[in-house]
Design a protein around this ligand. Sequence first.
Ligand SMILES: O=P(O)(O)OC[C@H]1O[C@H](O)[C@H](O)[C@@H](O)[C@@H]1O
Length: 545
Amino acid sequence: MDISVTYGDEEVAAAAEPALRKLVGDGVPQALAAGDPSLWGPEAKEEAKIRLGWLKLPAASRELLPEITALAERVRAAGLDHVVLAGMGGSSLASEVICATFDVPLTVLDTTDPGQLRRALADRLERTVVVVSSKSGTTIETDAHLRIYEQAFRDAGIDPAGRVVVVTDPGSPLEQVAAEAGYPVVRADPHVGGRYSALSAFGLVPSALAGADVARLLGQAEEARALLGSGSAQDDPGLALGAAIGAAALAGRDKLLLDDSLSPINGLPDWAEQLIAESTGKQGRGVLPVAGIDPTGAPDELVVGIDTDGDVEVRGPLGAQFLIWEYATAVAGRLLGVNPFDQPNVTESKENTARILAAAGAGPLPAGAPALVDGPVEVYGELPGNATDLPGVLTALLSDIPSRGYLAVLAYLDRDAAFDVPVPEDASFEEITDIWAAHDPASLQGLLSIRTDRPVTFGWGPRFLHSTGQYHKGGPQNGVFLQITGAVGDDVEVPGRPYTLGRLQLAQALGDRDALHQRGRPVVRLHLTDREAGVRHLLTAAREV
Ligand SMILES: O=P(O)(O)OC[C@H]1O[C@H](O)[C@H](O)[C@@H](O)[C@@H]1O
């Protein structure tokens, strides 16, 4: 198995070399591999003591395999072949990559979009098993998904007890819910944080139920584990990657472009984004992960290729990649002087959302009045550059990006809606992908990024709140933010809760807007009064210079 990290750029190699010498001189590789919690300073030590379990997972998770295999056999024997995973951030990102890479189908719910939820509910409910994953057992989106599925099963005359599987930490409120409802529970290792949990029950259970070969994944990770801690950059891929990321960031190359274009792994940048952003983006420091765009050659850019050429290249199968990136992130955290295991600013938006919902009661949410209406798109917030139309808003936002800053596009929409658009029967593959792209809000990232040398990131809300959202609020304050929300036609009730999904979704956008405003960041919200027409209008506006 080729598991390696190599430097393809002399400047990166030159920056990493003294960092490597210092790390080795301080005994960091051996100490990290042995699980020493003091490596990130006295303030981080208490947390690090209960956050280094991921180093043992390649071997330790094998103990879970009999339990997971038995569960998978039961699910298959019951004829349940539609696996739905309800989980946010670290409780779904890894499984999504594992299933996409092992080419087994998994429906991931990390959204509050009513349309996306309705599509999942309408899909083979009679053959569905729902894995409800939450480390804390308190995440609002996951709670909503569980309640909605329980109701849907009951309405269809199906006992939820045979359809729900819970993955959570021992003693969490969700474990209690599961015990009362009679759901099987797989307990995860509480000494592993959410974004480091790919090789724990969180990554393995949904993937195994969906049919992925998780024993093979662990075997790949075990091979990588044997290479960590040697203390030599040539032999230790985690050390080499961490030193490069940390040293490059300290030298000003703190925008990490993830390029996986030649990799057989499907979707690793979306997982790595959370790991890097939540681990490093705090105290005004951090590395901004950027997925989905081509390098521009800007001086603050570091291109890391996954099985692909780059300033740094990381080679290895998926299980190895998970572990190498985790170890590298811990090393980079030490170089940057941050605690790589906390996420101090994630709660701000959550608290704002809760406050907004509570204050509104049954009345309207405080969305304000649009500053501008351009066809099916309403513009909320302070108009950048006194723009008078949508193309003007986008152009002004791009020119407002500070010299070392970035634009984050945050779409609180249905991420699969574009694929529902009817395509002509005789359309070629290229024609079909063109039609999808013309209806996909994510296309905005490419259209805007070719107009600036600044990185343009794209995140689906509320998914990104559990990932890059930490960096937006805790990292360097040089982001410009473009939120997109949409009208809700057919909302979804959340049984037992005073909000619908659509209301929660809008409150989440407003809550994050407030958290960004509190830091003085520019935020514009575009609201699509007709979602399909709005997306097309927006993409057209992005092309107008
Ligand atoms: O697994 P859960 O407790 O539901 O948490 C899911 C996610 O929630 C938070 O937003 C954290 O910032 C993430 O790191 C975590 O992965």
